[in-house]
Design a binder for this molecule. Structure first.
Ligand SMILES: [Zn+2]
Length: 188
């Protein structure tokens, strides 16, 4: 697992481009009422984010309908639900954390993630992700099945390519759950 990707501006820039495209698609679909969507982004104060790309990660793309005022937030590879940490950090730190307390403590220090938060992430991968419609629809396609107690590392290794490509595919795979409320209190 290559945590250096967290510090790779090129990789993070590609994540922004994917989010721009996802936002463009959401806007093109429009609101369910038939109204037009206008930009109404959420400001973010991202954590575990390199300063060079902070501006690229300081908003979550979202829209407001000009007719019914309902919000549409597009899917994201940068943010996992309402978490303040980059989704990349949630994946990398959680994978590191899998049964490796010294490594987790090291990465927690590197990223400024409290150990308590890491433990909640692990719990989310193990207990909450398997309950999502995404997981239940797609889970059956993995042969052999991915054991929930190996997440996210067990899932990551199912995606093809080098570390960078596999991570990108995993983040894209997770995008449907990024627009649903994530029942997780990061305590921050
Ligand atoms: Zn509407």
């Amino acid at each position: 697992m290559c945590h250096a990707l967290l510090l790779d501006p090129k990789f993070l820039c590609i994540l922004l481009q994917i989010d721009v495209e996802l936002a463009r698609e959401a806007r093109a679909v429009g609101c369910a009422c038939g109204g037009a969507l206008h930009r109404a982004d959420f400001p973010r104060k991202p954590r575990a984010c390199p300063s060079e790309v902070r501006d690229d990660f300081s908003t979550r793309f979202s829209f407001c309908c000009n007719r019914c005022r309902r919000r549409t937030t597009s899917m994201s590879v940068r943010f996992l639900g309402r978490r303040v940490y980059l989704s990349l950090a949630v994946v990398l730190a959680s994978a590191r954390h899998a049964g490796q307390m010294p490594a987790a403590a090291w990465l927690a220090g590197e990223l400024g993630v409290p150990l308590r938060t890491l433990q909640r992430w692990r719990q989310w991968w193990r207990d909450s992700l398997p309950l999502t419609p995404l997981w239940q629809e797609v889970c059956a396609r993995f042969m052999p099945p991915v054991a929930s107690d190996t997440l996210p590392a067990g899932l990551l290794e199912r995606f093809a390519g080098d570390a960078k490509e596999a991570l990108m595919r995993l983040l894209v795979f997770l995008t449907p759950i990024t627009v649903r409320p994530v029942a997780l209190n990061e305590g921050c």
